[in-house]
Design a protein around this ligand. Structure first.
Ligand code: KIV
Length: 275
């Protein structure tokens, strides 16, 4: 079944949980999509897990379009959401609509995601008016890392928690079809989830959200730089990859690879004419 922004909303109405993962390239998107995931996000986390930046702030529209195009080619059934990078929507309503449109037209995304609450209300309304489905993102929003003073859990104080609830309601009023809740206490996520009609997708926000998302390199233990507390490892692919790389290197050095099985043959008559 093809997932859309509407099927996300109806999943919440039916009480069905939504599972999302990130992807940044064609072959991974194909594997994730074929596994039956509901949504794939081309996250600006690509800055950290693919491009090696210390945060997401250096990611550009060109980076996002390039990776979204690749993921779109491998995505058949999942809803494809693409992140709006830092400074692609904060600057003006015009920039927000223009850049959201580029992710759809050039990147082949089906929805966009952007960070912030009441501060980006006008931008979200305008993008929705342009007929582009928008996913919100509040709580520990990585593009605000310099304001937060690091990647710190948000909403532990009552004023912060109230502001996050207010942001969630503002996003719903602006017309988003879903909201990512990142890095907030699970009981706060529960209050938000119960007070809006659109699905919440949690990452480090506990079990009460309507759905969950993880960065795929995190859940496969492929990203050694940083391991957040909320990440569960479903496979140690990092270790499997290192073992495979080491075996390959050793076999090449010892002339074990390539063997007959992995080589092409030529007819002996033709071969004799070559000497
Ligand atoms: O960029 C990203 O991967 C995200 C998820 C963490 C939700 O925004």
């Amino acid at each position: 079944m093809k997932n859309t922004s509407s099927t996300f909303v109806s999943a919440k109405q039916k009480g069905e949980k939504l599972a999302m993962l990130t992807a940044y390239d064609y072959s991974t998107a194909k594997l994730i999509d074929a596994s039956g995931i509901d949504g794939i996000l081309v996250g600006d986390s690509l800055g950290m897990v693919c491009l090696g930046y210390k945060d997401t702030l250096s990611v550009t529209m060109e980076d996002m379009i390039h990776h979204t195009k690749a993921v779109a080619r491998g995505t058949m059934n999942a809803l494809l959401v693409s992140d709006m990078p830092f400074m692609s929507y904060q600057t003006s309503v015009y920039d927000a609509v223009k850049n959201a449109g580029r992710l759809i037209q050039e990147g082949n995304a089906e929805a966009v995601k952007l960070e912030g609450g009441t501060l980006v209300y006008e931008q979200i309304k305008a993008i929705v008016r342009a007929q582009i489905p928008v996913m919100g993102h509040i709580g520990l929003t990585p593009q605000s890392v310099n304001v937060f003073g690091g990647f710190k859990v948000q909403g532990k104080e009552d004023s912060q928690a109230k502001k996050i609830i207010e942001d969630a309601k503002a996003l719903e009023a602006a017309g988003v079809f879903s909201i990512v809740l990142e890095g907030i206490p699970s009981r706060l996520a529960e209050i938000i989830t119960n007070s809006i009609s659109i699905p919440t997708i949690g990452i480090g926000a506990g079990k009460y959200c309507d759905g969950q998302i993880l960065v795929y390199q995190d859940m496969l233990s492929m990203f050694p730089d940083f391991k957040p507390k909320f990440v569960k490892s479903y496979a140690n692919m990092g270790e499997s990859m290192s073992t495979a790389f080491k075996s390959y290197i050793s076999e090449v050095k010892q002339s074990v690879f390539p063997d007959e099985e992995h080589s092409f043959k030529i007819n002996d008559n033709i071969l004799s004419k070559l000497y």
